[in-house]
Design a protein around this ligand. Sequence first.
Ligand code: GAL
Length: 417
Amino acid sequence: MNKLKQLSQATALCALMAAGAARAGEVEVLHWWTSGGEAKAATALKATLQKQGHTWKDFAVAGGGGDSAMTVLKSRVVSGNAPAAAQIKGPSLQEWAREGVLTNVDAVAAAGKWDEVIPPVVANIMKYQGHYIAAPVNVHRVNWLWANPEALKKAGAKLPTTWDEFFVTAEALKKAGIVPVAHGGQNWQDFTVFESVALGVGGVDFYKKALVQLDPATLTGPQMEKVLATFKRIKDYTDKNAPGRDWNLATAMVIKGEAGMQLMGDWAKGEFIAAGKAPGKDFICAAAPGTQKAFTFNIDSFALFQLKNAANQKAQQDLATAIMSPEFQELFNLNKGSIPVRTGMKMDKFDDCAKQSAADFAADAKAGTLVPSIAHGMAVPAAAEGAMKDVVSQFWNSDKMTAKDAQAKLASAARTK
Ligand code: GAL
């Protein structure tokens, strides 16, 4: 009798294991998180998925800002070989959904009460025709200035809060033999700096009209001329090795004190943290000059592609569930430099930069001063963004192009469909 019982228990266990094995799937995930802090954050995502018994297939395409990753993604989807999940952001999510290649995660979203825990401004981006087609991981703030306090001290310079002060500080750093501005001359980095200047010099209303609504009169108007002139002045304070440099190498210059400042989103904080540096002590985070009362947001999210294999479909839905879990949101964002996208999260493990970001995100959402980052795919369709980004870099790199020339080109690039 006992033997029989043992046997049936063993059979039940085998059946359970077989069912488990059948349920375990593989998720191939496309992303571009290859720098120090980014890689740590990606590892957190991988570990979360593996904990559920699934297999993670890494599909990392290096290149800050993700342009290379998007090119590779297009060719994979066109050849009928889409990954399970891909880091896709902003209006591009809608473009992919329109192609009919994404799967919806409504069941996961309903079970996880996403409508209650995702701010509406974010939820709208994650939905296509009312259905969730992507899972958000974080909120990055783009309008930050990073500084090395030692370098500022050596130069007898102060942390700038306006663009006039910025150039005074830059001049002092230069005199002290320190590279004033760490920069990587890649078009997305040029565009990242440009949007912070646009916000700081032009203000929120100008930013919305010019870089969200793409209003031709604003793009060709006097304020944009001032923005472009200010933007171009920054170039004199970058070093001769800037062209082509990766953003994380620029951040490393600030970490080491070779450079004084960097204008970059808070994925840069992930680099400082990965290097063992502490905010307020080894580095300073501050709103980019003139942008204290505004917030350019950049939300990383994973879109899920239609798959045929049932086990992989299950793994894919589990990934979406895991992404929105409070545990994952905390661990991931502590490494990534961003803040959780999920509302109501405890921030006690986060540093002062993240706490400031979270407080400002809420305040700016209320005040109407929360704006989407154009340089990071949040504001306008990819075609217009790409064309405008190229114009901004041409202007940055050219000795001949005037601000007026650049304005005309920007207005025409904004019409790219
Ligand atoms: C952004 C992305 C961030 C960060 C950065 C640099 O577009 O949203 O997560 O990875 O590029 O690669």
